[in-house]
Design a protein around this ligand. Structure first.
Ligand SMILES: NC(=O)c1ccc[n+]([C@@H]2O[C@H](COP(=O)([O-])OP(=O)(O)OC[C@H]3O[C@@H](n4cnc5c(N)ncnc54)[C@H](OP(=O)(O)O)[C@@H]3O)[C@@H](O)[C@H]2O)c1
Length: 282
């Protein structure tokens, strides 16, 4: 059995194979307590973003957990409002001040810029990336990547990038698999990370997945997270409930068969957020 407890990014950086998400978790002492508890439980990868407005709590939770900074993997994302070179550098500085950390493990362009002038997005994205490349060269971020980039966004981007993105974070779960983009990234050596791997909670009771779980003594969420790993995709799930957090970590002691993987792949569209990168309003 392959344990799959970590992945290696295309620049050699090691990354824990399960991320803890923080979308829609407002900044407050309860969040600090919940995240610190999860870190003590064993979570080592926290996913945040400037737009989530909780980076201060993420930094506090890491310090409160007592776990060494070097043993954590912290990812944040640059919001769409920051697109010029100087504006990206300022946004990064603000993120680091809120987190109160010396470096970030990964920094992502949150969404491809496709709003407004349909011809401008290619140059806007690569312009943003030049600032990311500078941060990477300075060593204040250990890896850089993108999020919600589809194949057509990536093709033009890769031809101009000096540093290849290490990561593409996408909506990915059994009800929305984005195979074209996933396969493209995997061929290019870009690690796909799954956001909303549980379909924002909508997939936690799918009977076909429950039946597969029964065969292994595992829950629906454990099967989904394991399915991500076996597809070479790193899931970033969100849970505030300690029992769920504990349950969701127990995904390294079983293996789905090829037939079970295929049965999950064959599930119909469900749980899709409706967020299409070329049509979102931000
Ligand atoms: N890059 C992007 O554009 C982007 C977009 C969206 C999200 N993300 C990232 O991806 C993360 C995950 O996505 P998400 O927040 O949409 O959520 P998700 O992980 O797909 O689902 C979270 C929901 O599932 C429930 N859950 C978790 N474990 C469970 C279990 N074992 N049994 C039953 N229910 C369970 C949680 O409830 P409890 O809290 O009660 O456990 C919560 O309601 C985000 O938090 C964010 O960090 C990135």
């Amino acid at each position: 059995m392959t344990e799959l407890t970590s992945f290696r990014l295309n620049n050699g950086v090691k990354i824990p194979s399960l991320g803890l998400g923080t979308w829609q978790l407002p900044e407050n002492p309860q969040l600090v307590e919940s995240l610190a508890g999860a870190i003590k439980m064993g979570y080592r990868y926290i996913d945040t973003a400037a737009i989530y407005e909780n980076e201060t709590s993420v930094g506090e939770a890491i310090r409160a957990s007592g776990v060494n900074r070097e043993d954590m993997f912290v990812l944040s994302k640059c919001w769409t409002a920051h697109r010029t070179y100087d504006s990206v550098l300022r946004a990064f500085d603000d993120t680091m001040k809120r987190l109160r950390l010396d470096y970030l493990d990964c920094y992502l362009i949150h969404w491809p810029c496709t709003k407004g002038d349909p011809l401008a997005w290619q140059s806007v994205n690569i312009g943003t990336w030049r600032a990311f490349e500078r941060l990477y060269e300075e060593g204040v971020v250990k890896s850089i990547g993108v999020s919600n980039f589809l194949v057509h966004h990536l093709v033009s981007f890769l031809s101009k990038a000096n540093v290849k993105p290490a990561v593409n974070q996408l909506e990915y779960h059994p009800g929305y698999r984005q195979q074209k983009t996933v396969q493209f990234c995997q061929k290019e050596g870009i690690l796909v990370q799954a956001w909303s791997p549980l379909g924002h909670g909508a997939l936690t009771h799918v009977p076909e997945i429950a039946a597969i779980g029964d065969a292994h003594g595992k829950s629906v969420t454990q099967v989904i997270l394991r399915w991500c790993l076996q597809n070479g995709v790193l899931p970033i799930m969100r849970s505030r409930t300690p029992e769920h957090q504990r349950e969701n970590m127990a995904i390294y002691d079983f293996e789905l068969t090829a037939e079970e993987m295929a049965a999950i792949d064959a599930l119909p569209l469900m749980g899709f957020s409706g967020l299409e990168p070329d049509h979102v309003s931000f």
